[in-house]
Design a protein around this ligand. Structure first.
Ligand code: NDP
Length: 595
């Protein structure tokens, strides 16, 4: 290309061709339909290994001011912010037997958060807690979720081990039904059911024929493996283990399997990019020196950096922030804002090639077998897949007991048999298959129809949205569905630190509900005009990432190679949060009715 600088240390066209070839090798005609849900005969993959069996109770028949659906960080934050705003009657309803969401379910060996704990863990200032590690283990995060529950007295009215099956508006309340026969009336409902909560399995032919042991990483079977999230998987000492998948979860699991199992086969389809981790314990002197408000300031600093806003100092200073400009194809960003679109794409692509070359060199410098190193090299743009970070994963492939099996040519594991897995015509006999194959993505219970919602006059929410597409004000609420609020990705702005985004959403919803409550329980509902205005804003700003994503290797970021237009606020999370703050100051009256 004539516009390319002459002094590049690599050939951009050769890299583009290689990326295209690697993408084409992986595209499957069945796209997202290749996966298998954990319903029916496979329902046991989603069972809760942490809850006491045989739990029963009488169905609830009572009334609360606010029902919060979901006890992960979104629901916890909504409930905590509502409590802090003076609302007494709050019930969190949660399928699991405790708070924690993602961190309740995912307790696999090595589980950590790969976003810095000081910016990821919410309410640190409020609770007065400083995490013990720069990147916290899952157990510390789960303990923090429970601490939030205690601090805000949310255990008092919580309802665990109950899945909400229907929401029905029966003026002036919502009727909340659960799979335990509960009928709870609530003046306000906040839905925060999560979008990565349902494990998925690969649709591999013969999966039911395998006679060995199997489980999904989000329901780790320590009865079988022995040990705990810190490792020590003594039950695997005489076992041949297959791990399917090499996403962010597998990156954390593999070093433990490599240490403890007799033999490990890692079945890879697309390698993750694996950057430096550099975890360390929190320096007690630093912790003691922190001024009130430190966590909120640090979290804002991180958000500004990853969305391309100027900052005086990079407080987090890790692989996320040093590669921040490359994230603009993942989250809306102001990176390179001063350049023309063509210049921006060119500068961005060159920086991306450099970063990926660096990560490919890292593989070579760590993995001693050249053939294995070659297979572990990621050939795609940095933000095509969620970046991963580890100082132990690549090293694990230097152990004689660990073998990498590349399944890209066959679109994944070809077949399962009674004894094991087949790839390239070769059968790998194993005792145990662990699925690190991720989760159904972007399908909240409301959006998938698993949780039916009926608004004013019994109108079904999805019935309306199926014809019009979602219609909301700021992604939170809709006309015809009074006093109902959604948290999560829906016509709003996101970021790589998703819990921060959830906290801003929770703060907003809590402020609106608290105001309605103060005014004497009036009804909160946007007008059709307000929805239309917001929809127009979304359509005007929504990022145009389809071209970029179409060139990526398939995965859940691009709907397995068939990218869809995103309905998100394209000016990014910093601007969105500011917009919400201003709206609360000057326009809240517009959604309050019947004072
Ligand atoms: P992912 O969906 O990211 O990864 C699934 C893996 O399974 C991919 O490597 C995929 O390959 C592979 N796979 C799927 N089907 C097949 C098949 N038929 N044959 C072979 N391989 C197959 O799941 P994870 O559990 O790793 O991550 C889930 C989410 O949780 C992600 O958003 C992740 O970022 C997040 N996470 C976050 C962490 C954090 O610290 N914040 C830690 C861990 C996870 P392919 O790529 O080719 O589709």
């Amino acid at each position: 290309m004539s516009s390319e600088p002459a002094d590049l240390e690599f050939d951009p066209e050769a890299l583009r061709a290689k990326y295209r070839a690697e993408r084409d090798r992986r595209i499957r005609p069945d796209g997202a339909a290749q996966y298998r849900g954990v319903e029916g005969d496979f329902g046991y993959y989603a069972e809760d290994p942490h809850a006491e069996p045989g739990f029963t109770r009488e169905p609830l028949r009572d009334r609360v001011e606010v029902a919060v659906i979901g006890g992960g960080f979104g629901g916890l934050l909504a409930a905590a912010r509502l409590r802090a705003a003076g609302i007494e009657s709050i019930r969190v309803i949660e399928k699991a037997s405790d708070f924690g969401g993602t961190w309740y379910w995912n307790r696999y060996p090595g589980v950590h958060c790969d976003i810095e704990s000081y910016v990821y863990m919410p309410l640190l200032d409020e609770i007065g807690y400083v995490p013990e590690w720069k990147y916290s283990p899952g157990a510390e995060i789960l303990a923090h979720a429970r601490a939030i529950g205690r601090h805000y007295d949310l255990y008092r009215d919580a309802c665990f081990r109950a899945g909400v099956t229907e929401l029905r508006w029966e003026d002036p309340d919502w009727l909340v039904r659960t799979d335990r026969g509960d009928e709870i009336r609530a003046r306000y409902v906040v839905v925060s059911g999560g979008t990565l909560d349902r494990p998925k399995l690969p649709g591999v032919p013969g999966i039911e024929e395998f006679t060995g042991h199997t489980f999904h990483t989000s329901r780790w079977d320590y009865d079988y493996t022995g040990g705990d999230a810190n490792g020590g998987l003594t039950g695997l000492a005489d076992k041949r283990v297959a791990l399917i998948g090499t996403g962010a979860t597998a990156i954390q699991v593999v070093p433990h399997l490599a240490r403890d199992a007799k033999q490990v086969h890692v079945f890879q389809r697309t390698p993750s990019s694996v950057d430096v981790r550099g975890n360390r314990r929190t320096d007690p002197e630093w912790a003691a020196s922190l001024e009130p408000g430190w966590a909120a300031r640090r979290r804002d600093n991180f958000l500004r950096i990853v969305t391309g806003h100027p900052v005086e100092e990079d407080l987090v200073a890790d692989a996320w922030t040093s590669s921040a400009s490359l994230l603009r194809n993942m989250v809306p960003s102001r990176a390179y804002a001063g350049l023309s679109p063509e210049e921006r794409d060119r500068v961005d692509e060159i920086a991306d090639f450099r970063k990926m070359n660096e990560l490919r060199s890292r593989v070579e410098s760590i993995v001693s077998d050249p053939a294995t190193a070659e297979k572990l090299k990621p050939w795609y743009r940095y933000s095509c897949k969620r970046p991963a970070f580890s100082d132990e994963y690549l090293q694990a492939f230097n152990r004689p007991t660990v073998t990498l099996v590349d399944t890209a040519d066959s679109g994944g594991v070809e077949r399962m048999t009674e004894r094991g897995l087949v790839v390239g015509g070769e059968e790998y006999e194993v005792d145990c298959v662990i699925f690190a194959t991720g989760f159904e993505v972007g399908k909240s219970d409301v959006m998938s129809g698993r949780l039916p919602v009926f608004g004013r006059d019994g109108v079904p929410l999805l019935g309306t949205w199926r014809t019009t597409g979602p219609r909301t004000l700021h992604g939170f609420s809709s006309n015809g569905f009074p006093n109902l609020f959604h948290l999560g990705p829906l016509q709003n702005a996101s970021s790589v630190n998703f819990v921060h985004v959830l906290d801003e959403q929770a703060t907003h919803v809590a402020a609106v509900v608290a105001e309605a409550h103060k005014r004497g329980s009036c009804t909160v509902e946007p007008t059709v005009d307000a929805e239309s205005e917001w929809l127009a804003t979304i359509e005007r700003t929504a990022p145009d990432l389809e071209k970029f994503l179409a060139e990526c290797t398939p995965g859940y970021y691009n709907n397995e190679g068939k990218p869809r237009k995103r309905q998100s606020f394209g000016e990014g999370a910093v601007v969105f949060h500011e917009l919400l703050r201003n709206w609360r100051k000057s326009r809240m009256d517009e959604v309050m009715h019947g004072e």
